[in-house]
Design a protein. Structure first.
Length: 124
């Protein structure tokens, strides 16, 4: 499997709010090459969303209700779970089963989206 070159993170300066946010939620930021040099490194999820829209939602499915549309989409999702990516030996569902337990639970308290040093708290 080919490895993508990682960007040189030593030259990057993170916004302190972003650093606090990703630290709180356990996000391990992996920066890629900026600009046109790194454009090929992004887009996997965006490409799949585009494929789904073009192949499943154009033309718009004719359904009688939102419930029926959700059922149709659920069937497409189950069909996609049986799909194999390229020459990989297992279907998508098996790779997902391995990754599914990995995300950590969210903290009890949400991250304050404002910078408390700049915006005073609301009065009760």
């Amino acid at each position: 499997m080919r490895r993508r070159p990682e960007a040189r993170t030593s030259a990057l300066a993170e916004n302190e709010r972003w650093t606090a946010f990703r630290s709180r939620y356990g996000i391990d930021a992996a920066y890629r090459l900026p600009g046109i040099e790194g454009a090929h490194e992004r887009g996997g999820v965006e490409g799949r969303i585009g494929w789904f829209r073009r192949n499943r939602m154009v033309p718009v499915p004719e359904v009688a209700s939102l419930t029926e549309l959700n059922t149709v989409i659920e069937n497409w999702d189950e069909e996609d779970e049986r799909r194999r990516i390229g020459s990989r030996p297992r279907p998508v569902s098996e790779y997902y089963a391995v990754e599914r337990p990995l995300p950590q639970p969210l903290p009890d308290e949400p991250f304050p989206m404002h910078d408390p040093r700049r915006i005073p708290p609301l009065l009760a």
